[in-house]
Ligand binder design. Structure first.
Ligand code: UDP
Length: 326
């Protein structure tokens, strides 16, 4: 299949590009490199452009005969979205709308959307199934939900086939050591804990120790980035024009912030200096996925369900990178 991957130079995007290419697809990456890395994708497959440059999009879709879109390009930090909602509405909603209009103009029938557990807000019951009513509590989640709704309308009115994949917490690195998580500034827990273990940061802040959880810290469902890539490939290969799919992607097991820190300490053999800090606005206490639906319908199951294994892949990649071997 000829596939355009927006945001393909980013974290989940680059792992997905690698897998789709390995599975024989003809993959093109459209990325403005605002957060992505040109080194994360094949140079001759990268188109450096912004989604608002719709003439570039039109050109690529025609010249490359694109049959499907995988849309990752977005701003993706919950904390930042609380401080700068305008950035999120513009990058995630306005630019996705530009993309959707291009897709409609060029009669592209398959669209896989990188959505998020953040659309669910802070549900009381766990695990979260696709039946739960979306009720986002931060602008990041609001913008992801807005695009899911636009996709649904395009599906109903124009017959677009789409899949919305709600990731819980993407984590880990390529098992062959070729790719990993590299944000600047870094805001995510596992890479921050690893950078602290490597001595690149003095300490790690725990955002909130008074949540109604076993140890007072937030609980998340960490899912390996290669398992997410696998889900994209499976979904794309099965997606038929005119269908609408929604899948939650996680392991079904939650870990608290303190458990994550202990796991990084165990994997690295280092002690991590932590500081207790106030809650981060916009964070729900607990998010755990039910991924039964995609397991039953498409046979997807995480290959790396254990946090220890996930952290090991991330640790190996960060250590290699910090020793200049990348
Ligand atoms: N977290 C933390 N300290 C940090 C970064 C994150 O305590 O320096 C917590 C955060 O509050 C959340 C969990 O770790 O409960 C996972 O946060 P992350 O930013 O990695 O992913 P998110 O859940 O926001 O997608």
């Amino acid at each position: 299949m000829r596939i355009l991957v927006t945001g393909g130079a980013g974290y989940v995007g680059s792992h997905t590009v690698k897998l789709l290419s390995q599975r024989g697809h003809d993959v093109w990456v459209f990325d403005n490199l605002s957060t992505g890395h040109s080194t994360a994708v094949p140079r001759d497959r990268l188109i450096v452009a912004d989604l608002c440059e719709t003439h570039r999009l039109d050109q690529v879709l025609i010249e490359r005969g694109i049959e499907a879109i995988v849309h990752f390009a977005a701003s993706a930090s919950v904390g930042e979205s609380m401080r700068e909602p305008a950035k999120y509405w513009r990058n995630n909603v306005v630019h996705s709308f530009d993309l959707l209009e291009c897709v409609r103009r060029h009669h592209i029938q398959r669209f896989v959307f990188s959505s998020s557990a953040a659309i669910f807000g802070a549900p009381r019951d766990m695990p979260i199934t696709e039946e739960f009513a979306p009720q986002p509590i931060n602008p990041y989640g609001q913008t992801k939900l807005a695009i899911e709704r636009a996709l649904h309308d395009y599906h109903t009115a124009y017959g677009l086939g789409y899949a919305a994949l709600r990731y819980f917490n993407a984590a880990g690195a390529a098992t062959d050591g070729s790719l990993g998580e590299d944000h600047n500034p870094e805001t995510h827990l596992i890479p921050l804990a690893i950078l602290t273990a490597l001595g690149k940061r003095a300490s790690l802040e725990i955002y909130g120790t008074d949540y109604p959880t076993v140890d007072g810290t937030c609980i998340r469902d960490y899912v390996h980035v290669e398992d997410l890539a696998e889900a994209h490939a499976l979904v794309l290969e099965q997606l038929k024009p005119g269908t609408a799919l929604h899948y939650n992607l996680g392991t079904g097991r939650g870990y608290s912030v303190r458990e994550v820190i202990q796991t990084v300490e165990a994997v690295s053999g280092k002690t991590i200096h932590v500081k207790e800090a106030p809650r981060r606005p916009g964070d729900p206490p607990v998010l755990i996925a039910s991924s039964e639906k995609i397991r039953v319908e498409l046979g997807w199951q995480p290959r790396y369900p254990k946090l220890h294994e996930i952290v090991e892949t991330a640790w190996r990649w960060h250590r290699k990178k910090s020793s200049g071997l990348r």
